[in-house]
Design a protein around this ligand. Structure first.
Ligand SMILES: Nc1ncnc2c1ncn2[C@@H]1O[C@H](COP(=O)(O)OP(=O)(O)O)[C@@H](O)[C@H]1O
Ligand SMILES: [Mg+2]
Length: 166
């Protein structure tokens, strides 16, 4: 288990962190993206989805709530989830997230809407304004992310990952 922080001075840094997250993702992983409206949660998820191979810019799943992606569009099944519009934590149970986790990963915005239902093995990332127009990211990485998070610094630009055989 580890906790830490890093600076994301601009939107490109947020996207680059998302790209760095992509190759770490495995089936069954949950990445919880905490932080207020407009802080960069979707930007980070978009970076990850782009690095997983998604050709078009991922739409914000605010209205769909769950936006699943599957190979060959992306290298690994992954669902981009935005729980902002959830009225009660019990509603999360109806979204089928457990099923999606069986063969894929979840990137979840507004995970606090799940109440205590957020999986304990989730990588918890929190974005906040840094007071200078950028963002500060703090993380809590449980044992499941030992040796994976934080990612090593990336060379730029990053090529998209090839689809993995299933
Ligand atoms: N590190 C950063 N510094 C400055 N602006 C950022 C940063 N990361 C993202 N942004 C910008 O913040 C705005 C909101 O981002 P978005 O990802 O939609 O936020 P959220 O999903 O948390 O509501 C976008 O204009 C995005 O480019
Ligand atoms: Mg968003």
């Amino acid at each position: 288990m580890s906790d830490g922080a890093l600076a994301l001075p601009d939107a490109a840094a947020t996207e680059a962190l998302g790209r760095a997250l992509a190759p770490l993702l495995r089936e069954g992983d949950v990445v919880a993206l905490f932080g207020d409206l407009g802080v960069g949660k979707t930007s980070l998820a978009r970076g990850a989805l782009a690095a997983l191979g998604l050709a078009e810019e991922a739409p914000s799943p605010t209205f769909a709530i769950v936006q699943p992606y599957a190979p060959p569009e992306v290298a690994l099944p992954v669902a981009h989830v935005d729980l902002y519009r959830l009225d009660a934590p019990e509603e999360a149970a109806e979204l089928g997230l457990d099923d999606l986790l069986e063969d894929g990963a979840l990137l979840i915005e507004w995970p606090e809407r799940m109440g205590g239902g957020l999986w304990p093995h989730a990588l918890r990332l929190t974005l906040a304004p840094d007071g200078a127009g950028g963002r500060r990211l703090t993380w809590h990485a449980p044992a499941a992310w030992e040796g994976r998070w934080p990612p090593p610094p990336l060379p730029h630009p990053q090529p998209a990952l090839a689809p993995r055989p299933r």
